[in-house]
Design a protein around this ligand. Structure first.
Ligand code: SF4
Length: 336
C-alpha cells in the first residue's frame, strides 16, 4: 500500500481535500483519537466516517511490534512485523529521533552489514514507512526521522520520497530533521533537489580509497570518494545543510594514518560533518571494533586538522545494535 492508495481510498469515501489532509496528518502524527475530540460528526460525511474504521484498522495492521529492546543510552531497537510477516527494524534514538527501514534486506551487500548478507527481499512501501513512524509515536515523541535502518533508500526512491514528503509537509518534522542516507546513488542527487521537501543527506563514505570502497561496498555505484564528495558538496550548497558523511570505523582497515590523510584531503573546507561510528562487532562477520580510546584519538586528530568530526556509538550497542542483527537473530531462532 502506498500513501497515494490511501489518498484515493479517502477520496472514494467522499473525503474533500481538507479532510484528506487532516486524516493523513492524524495518522502520521499517531493521533486518530483526536478526531473524536474534534467531533467528527461536525465535519466528516457519514460515508467517510463509516469507511474510516476499516481503513484505520488496515493502517494499524501495516506494522506490528514484535519485540522492544531498550538500550542503556536511551535508545530502543524495535523488531516490527509487516502485514505479510516480513520483519524490519526501527530504532528509537536518543533525543526524539527515529531510524526507519526502507527495504527488507538490501542489495548493496556492504561487507560489514548483516542486512547486506540477505540480499534484497522486498521493498518497504511508503505507507509502511509512515506506519513505522506512527508506531514509534505511539511509544514516544518523534522529531527527527533518519532513513538509516535496513535497506538502501535510493533503491526504493519513489516510496521513500513519498514518505519524506508526507512527513515534511504534514508530519510535523523539520525538513532538515529528515535524513536520507545513501551509499551514493547518482539518482539521489538529481531527484532530491527537485522535491517540495529537501531532506538532509547522509553519505556512507567509509574509506577515502576507491579500491577499498569497491571491496567494502561491492554493489554500490562505482563513484570514487572524490566524485561522491563533489556531488555531496553541491547538494549541501543547494540546501544549506551540511552533508553528514558516515564512517564505520573498522579496526586496522579504515582507521590507518593513510586514511586520516585521505579524509583531510577530501573533507577539509567542505560543508560537512564526519560521523565516525566504531563498528559493532558480530561473530558472523570478519571485522572488529577499534577501542574507544583509539577512536577518540582519531576524531581528535581530525578535528585538529580542520575536519568537523563527531564520534558516535551505534545506538543500542548493548542490544544487537548493528543494522539487521535483530532480524537475523529472530530468523535464526525461528529456524528459518
Ligand atoms: Fe545495505 Fe546499508 Fe547494510 Fe550497506 S549498510 S548493505 S547499504 S543496509
Amino acid at each position: 500500500m502506498r500513501i497515494e492508495d490511501i489518498r484515493q481510498r479517502l477520496r472514494a469515501l467522499g473525503a474533500k481535500p481538507p479532510h484528506e489532509l487532516r486524516l493523513l496528518r492524524d495518522w502520521v502524527r499517531a493521533r486518530p483519537h483526536e478526531r473524536s475530540r474534534r467531533k467528527p460528526e461536525n465535519f466528516l460525511p457519514l460515508a467517510l466516517r463509516e469507511g474510516l474504521e476499516a481503513l484505520d484498522a488496515e493502517l494499524q495492521g501495516l506494522t506490528r511490534l514484535v519485540s522492544n529492546h531498550p538500550g542503556e543510552d536511551g535508545s530502543a531497537r524495535l523488531l516490527l512485523a509487516l502485514r505479510d510477516g516480513m520483519t524490519v527494524e526501527s530504532v528509537l534514538l536518543p533525543r526524539e529521533g527515529l531510524c526507519v527501514s526502507s527495504q527488507v534486506g538490501c542489495a548493496v551487500g556492504c561487507q560489514f552489514c548483516m542486512t547486506g548478507r540477505e540480499g534484497l527481499i522486498r521493498q518497504v512501501t511508503s505507507a509502511e514507512i509512515i506506519a513505522q513512524v506512527a508506531l514509534a509515536r505511539s511509544l514516544r515523541p518523534v522529531k527527527k526521522v533518519v532513513f538509516m535502518g535496513m535497506g538502501e533508500p535510493a533503491h526504493n526512491l519513489e516510496h521513500v520520497l513519498e514518505a519524506i514528503e508526507l512527513l515534511g509537509l504534514e508530519g510535523n518534522i523539520g525538513h532538515k530533521n529528515l535524513v536520507f542516507s545513501t551509499v551514493g546513488d547518482p539518482r539521489v542527487f538529481e531527484r532530491l533537489p527537485l522535491g517540495p521537501v529537501k531532506p538532509a543527506l547522509a553519505l556512507s563514505l567509509h574509506t577515502s580509497r576507491a579500491d577499498l570502497r569497491e571491496r567494502l561496498l561491492p554493489r554500490a555505484p562505482q563513484l570514487t570518494p572524490e566524485e561522491l564528495v563533489a556531488l555531496g558538496e553541491d547538494y549541501a550548497r543547494k540546501t544549506g545543510y551540511p552533508i553528514q558523511y558516515q564512517w564505520t570505523l573498522l579496526d586496522g582497515i579504515n582507521d590507518t594514518a593513510e586514511e586520516l590523510d585521505g579524509i583531510v584531503r577530501l573533507l577539509k573546507g567542505k560543508y560537512a560533518i564526519l560521523n565516525m561510528i566504531p563498528y559493532n562487532s558480530v561473530p558472523e562477520l570478519p571485522f572488529t571494533r577499534p577501542s574507544w580510546d583509539k577512536a577518540e584519538g582519531i576524531a581528535r586528530a581530525l578535528h585538529q586538522r580542520g575536519v568537523l568530526t563527531k564520534l558516535r556509538d551505534s545506538a543500542g550497542q548493548d542490544v544487537d545494535g548493528g543494522c539487521g542483527q535483530l532480524r537475523a537473530r529472530a530468523l535464526a531462532s525461528d529456524g528459518s
